[in-house]
Write a protein that binds this ligand. Structure first.
Ligand SMILES: [Mg+2]
Length: 238
């Protein structure tokens, strides 16, 4: 049995831990993989999980992108947070600013994006380099309201290059393969139907939709293979 556990809206919400869920996760039997669509490094997530007393393997969309490109290219032009560069380097892919050396383009949420970076990335993609998106989230919530997500940057490059990206984050098959490593009996825990539960359903896994994150009410139609719980404490009582 393998649990794939989403982070935002399940283990924490912004800066706050969701202790009721955390205590329940500690009691789950089986292997645990913590998974986020954020293009961050595994190290940053592991560090935060430790603060909550949780341990397990970590899979981020930066790590999935790096695994996807590993052995295929030696270098990439990347737009994203520091953790994306770190994961690429750990997989033997040199992040480079020198466009003529870049063999791929990898795009996550780059808070320092500029017109020039979009122009370089678009040129490379138009010329035929692999175009990898860590995720295509349109917006993400902050204390100051919704802010543009990685999808906004991916879209700029997609439109100007005329080519669609390979999206490696949830709910993609690639994401499930990297997280599950061929394990058959998998349950995905998450707070979003369109990413967490979709990934479960499309890969023959089961799902637990928990209402502690963005989804506040159970969906009108609950697909077979999915259960809905208010908190993960309720899951232990079943
Ligand atoms: Mg979530």
């Amino acid at each position: 049995m393998l649990w794939i556990i989403d982070l935002d809206g399940v283990v924490w919400k912004g800066k706050e831990f969701i202790w009721e869920n955390i205590e329940a996760i500690k009691k789950l039997k089986g292997k645990k993989v913590f998974m986020t669509n954020k293009a961050t490094s595994r190290w940053e997530i592991e560090k935060r999980l430790k603060q909550a007393g949780l341990e397990g393997e970590v899979v981020t969309s930066a790590y999935i992108a790096a695994q996807y490109l590993k052995g295929k290219v030696e270098s990439a032009f990347a737009l994203g947070p520091f953790g994306l560069y770190e994961e690429l380097a750990l997989a033997g892919i040199h992040p480079t600013e020198q466009a003529h050396l870049a063999e791929a383009v990898v795009v996550g949420l780059d808070k320092f994006v500029t017109y020039d970076k979009i122009a370089v990335a678009s040129d490379l993609v138009r010329e035929g380099r692999p175009f990898i998106a860590t995720n295509t989230d349109k917006v993400y919530p902050t204390e100051g309201g919704l802010k543009p997500g990685a999808g906004a940057i991916v879209e700029a490059i997609r439109v100007s290059s005329g080519r669609d990206p390979i999206v490696v984050g949830k709910p993609s098959k690639i994401a499930f393969q990297v997280a599950s490593k061929g394990e058959r009996d998998v349950i995905v825990i998450g707070d979003k139907m369109e990413t967490d539960m979709k990934m479960a359903l499309e890969n023959g896994a089961r799902g637990v939709l928990v209402l502690t994150g963005v989804t506040k009410e159970p969906p009108e139609e609950i697909p077979e293979g999915i259960i809905v719980v208010k908190t993960l404490k309720e899951l232990l009582e079943r």
